[in-house]
Ligand binder design. Structure first.
Ligand code: GRF
Length: 216
């Protein structure tokens, strides 16, 4: 069967992108990374993608008068590569409603907190400041509202007494790199159904969805 073509949007380091590229190398992985698009020319992730032999495109957002005209060029880039799923991976642009509608139910994001807690930026510090004992990451479908949209999967990690934003970020990132490839696999295998705010995942063996990770 033809593999699902995934387009990844990045703005920076691209470690989640790299995790998806690595997962897609396995012959039995049902998706391939068709293109990586960055809005930042100097993003480290662009180099990483090139080294991995993945096609890249840079679309600098500053060259566009508004969000939608930028989004239309990004969208054309994705279409050119036959993309069937868009995965945001540290992409620091808010999507226009047009983009969210264009890719409705075919665009996902990963966020380093257990949404709806701590949307936005500096989320690890937000979690520490709030004194929570558990945080983690969330993969969700993208809607026009920032860091919202139907939750697909979450992984949890403990927040330790001596954590800084950096140590917590590393612990969460380890889970992100496992969770994102898993969710892309589920999407490619047609296991996800969205109904309103709820996503059902069908046919996943018991245990595979048990993502709470008490052992960091
Ligand atoms: C990750 O923590 C992701 O959850 C958030 O931005 C960060 C991107 O890191 N959306 P990377 O570029 O994937 O290394």
């Amino acid at each position: 069967m033809a593999k699902l073509k995934v387009g990844i949007l990045i703005s920076g380091r691209g470690s989640n992108m790299a995790a998806l590229i690595a997962a897609a190398r396995a012959p039995d992985y049902p998706a391939e990374i068709a293109v990586v698009v960055s809005n930042v020319a100097s993003a480290a992730g662009v180099e990483t993608a090139k080294e991995a032999g993945v096609p890249t495109a840079v679309v600098p957002h500053k060259q566009f008068p508004d969000r939608e005209s930028f989004d239309r060029v990004v969208s054309a880039e994705l279409e050119k590569h036959g993309v069937g799923l868009v995965a945001l991976a540290g992409f620091m642009r808010i999507q226009s409603p047009w983009f969210a509608m264009r890719w409705k139910d075919r665009i996902i994001n990963i966020h380093p907190s257990l949404l709806p807690a701590f949307p936005g930026l500096r989320v690890q510090q937000q979690a520490i400041d709030a004194g929570v004992r558990i945080s983690g990451c969330t993969v969700h479908f993208v809607t026009p509202e920032l860091d919202s949209g139907p939750t697909i999967a979450q992984a949890a990690v403990p927040v330790l007494a001596d954590d800084t934003a950096d140590t917590l970020a590393v612990r969460i990132l380890r889970q992100e790199h496992l969770l994102y490839p898993l969710v892309v696999r589920w999407f490619a295998e047609g296991r996800l159904t969205v109904r309103g705010a709820q996503v059902t995942v069908t046919g996943v063996p018991r245990g595979a969805t048990l993502l709470f990770s008490p052992d960091p």
